[in-house]
Design a protein around this ligand. Structure first.
Ligand code: ATP
Ligand code: MG
Length: 225
């Protein structure tokens, strides 16, 4: 196994109405290719903040994040958007599917943005929707799907470009236990079959245990559990 992510002395502060909130305070992390990691911790400790920084949706105040040995802060905007589109897949608690597009179109979209031919994007999206058990629902808009089905579409969309890493922020938080377990199984399957690394922030203890490696975010740093 080789190193996918290395985080060194990561600091992140927010300034809100003149007050500085130090959220991440010298955080270190190493993640191997294909590894699974659960990040737990009380509400407000900075789990989402960390995932956003790892996915380059937000910038650190200081410190280093290396992706496959490359310093992310040294990447230009083109390289960063390439990374965001191709190397990383995001799954959030609320899925952010586009309401006016059907399931198939929602999954195709990242591929179309990446410049794939329509037919290739369609075939790729169909295969994934079949894999997540939604072959019969491809024409439905998100509003006509259940919460769990919407989340499965979101997972399919996050992996169409075959990322190396999935960052999932409370992916089962808005779902009932059984549907939440389906999403867990789906993420585990992608990890096992496609070798994707999986970083999940969750309040769900059982899910965190099943992931295997667990760390707690506390006082701005990560502690092994
Ligand atoms: N854009 C922002 N501006 C100011 N403060 C912020 C911003 N984003 C996050 N924070 C603050 O940073 C802290 C960490 O927030 P974050 O959302 O990362 O926590 P979390 O661990 O994901 O919590 P939860 O478990 O509730 O999702 C909180 O105190 C939050 O108010
Ligand atoms: Mg959060």
């Amino acid at each position: 196994m080789s190193n996918l992510l290395q985080v060194r002395d990561l600091q992140k502060s927010f300034v809100d109405t003149g007050v500085e909130i130090r959220v991440l305070r010298g955080l270190d992390l190493d993640l191997e290719e294909g590894e699974r990691l659960a990040i737990v911790g009380e509400s407000g400790v900075g789990k989402s903040t960390l995932l956003h920084i790892l996915g380059t949706l937000d910038r650190p105040s200081s410190g280093q994040v290396l992706y496959r040995g490359k310093e992310m802060s040294a990447m230009d905007e083109d390289a960063l958007s390439e990374f965001r589109n191709r190397d990383v897949g995001f799954v959030f608690q609320f899925h952010y599917l586009l309401p006016d597009f059907n399931a198939l179109e929602n999954v195709m979209l990242p591929a179309l943005i990446q410049g794939w031919e329509w037919e290739r994007a369609r075939a790729g999206a169909m295969k994934l929707l079949d894999r997540v058990g939604l072959k019969e629902r491809v024409d439905h808009r998100p509003g006509k799907l259940s919460g769990g089905e919407q989340q499965r579409v979101a997972v399919a969309r996050s992996v169409i470009l075959e990322p190396q890493l999935i960052l999932a922020d409370e992916p089962t938080g808005d779902l009932d236990p059984r549907t939440g377990e389906e999403i867990q199984e789906l993420l585990f399957r992608l990890n096992e079959e496609a070798g994707l690394a999986l970083v999940v922030a969750t309040h769900n203890r059982r899910f965190a245990e099943r992931i295997g490696r667990q760390v707690e975010l506390r006082e701005g740093r990560l502690f092994p559990i």
